[in-house]
Design a protein around this ligand. Structure first.
Ligand code: UD1
Length: 342
């Protein structure tokens, strides 16, 4: 017997695909919705190849409440994981309306219909970006949020607050915000992984594309930070561990184990890794050399952020387990799969 049905919006995306696999493996029925605005149908194929069966998939835009309502008419959900959102920080600075329109309208539609039809258990994909340049590290869930420095970051903060308000106002409405640190890696089967469009903004896809010869040279944004080697420190969390955190959070919601109606958990490893260290580890793990050069700092980057994960460890019974070198090997295996490199 299935543990319940989970609606996964944006389930064809990077974190959505890995989470869908983990949910099905954990015994949930899953309905995935996506409009492929920043993903490909091949991602759904990859999920189905791993699981060895078809999944329920509906191609719709979550911003269209008429279409979304049809999904709610056809299925009954115990919970929803809302991934569907634009995520490019830089683009959000030049196209704020696109970000507010898409990220907030789709979210409001999901909340509205969960309230009308479902047992409203809502899991929202938040981000460590809400902490900004934190005064004390590592950050705990109690660490005050800093004012957002981009419309993208602002949509994350607003979405957290909206969920909090709904949980406070409506009977039977429960919400969890998972604050992801820096998700990296790919499925060990190399059937699913990140599919960045155009020039990648994030570090790992830039590294693997440089290793594949698609990019000439990796730019390291700054080596004059007040950190041990001068480059920025981040908390890189394997997407397989991240997917398991979602399963743990859905279990907690559907089994009625939440202590508050709205809860927040950091999802990271608790270990800071520098950009230069990550490059060296990638080279060693994959036995290759990566051309890179040091350039100036990137606007908006914080020097360091990593998670205190004790709350997720204790309350979700979840802990990051994947070894960083294995993660970095999976990143490269995925890039090779995409580019047909032997
Ligand atoms: C970024 C977003 C964050 C978002 C996350 C999603 C910002 C300020 N933050 O996090 O809101 O949730 O992506 O994954 O944009 N780096 C290089 N060279 C590169 C690319 C990156 O040196 O070509 C460095 C960056 O300076 C940073 C680290 O690598 O120190 C990680 O960068 P990135 O992968 O873009 O993630 P964040 O900026 O931490």
């Amino acid at each position: 017997m299935a543990k319940g049905t989970v609606l996964v919006s944006g389930g064809a995306g990077y974190i959505g695909t890995h989470t869908t696999v983990a949910l099905v493996e954990a015994g949930y029925d899953v309905v995935v919705i996506d409009n492929f605005s920043n993903s490909e149908p091949s991602a759904i194929k990859g999920v189905e190849n791993i699981l060895g069966k078809k999944i329920n998939f509906v191609e719709i835009d979550t911003c269209n409440i008429v279409d979304l309502r049809k999904v709610f008419e056809n299925y009954k959900f115990e919970s929803v994981i809302h991934f569907a959102a634009y995520k490019a920080v830089g683009e959000s600075m030049t196209e704020p309306l696109k970000y507010y329109q898409n990220n907030l309208v789709s979210y409001m539609n999901i909340l509205q219909l969960m309230k009308e039809y479902g047992r409203p258990n809502v899991l929202f994909s938040s981000s460590a970006t809400v902490y900004g340049d934190a005064d004390i590290l590592p950050v705990t869930e109690e660490t005050p949020r800093k004012p957002a420095t981009s419309p993208y970051g602002n949509t994350k903060q607003m979405a957290e607050d909206i969920l909090h308000d709904c949980c406070r106002a409506y009977d039977g409405f429960y919400g969890i915000a998972l604050r992801y640190f820096n998700p990296i890696g790919a499925h060990t089967s190399a059937q699913i992984g990140e599919l960045p469009r155009g020039v990648p903004n994030n570090l790992l896809p830039y590294i693997t594309q440089t290793a594949a010869g698609i990019r000439e040279c990796l730019s390291v944004f700054g080596d004059d930070y007040d950190t041990p080697d001068g480059s920025c420190l981040r908390d890189y969390i394997d997407v397989l561990d991240l997917a398991k955190a979602h399963v743990a959070a859905v279990d907690r919601m559907t089994e009625g184990r939440m202590k508050e109606k709205y809860e927040i958990f950091n999802v990271g490893t608790g270990r800071p890794v520098s950009v230069l260290e990550l490059i060296t580890r990638f080279e060693k793990a994959n036995d290759l050399k990566l051309p890179y050069k040091i350039v100036g700092r990137r606007d908006g980057d914080v020097p360091a952020v990593w998670a205190d994960t004790s709350l997720a460890n204790e309350e979700l019974g979840w802990k990051a387990e994947r070894d960083l070198d294995d993660t970095l090997r999976a990143c490269w295996a995925w890039e090779k799969h995409l580019r047909n490199i032997k």
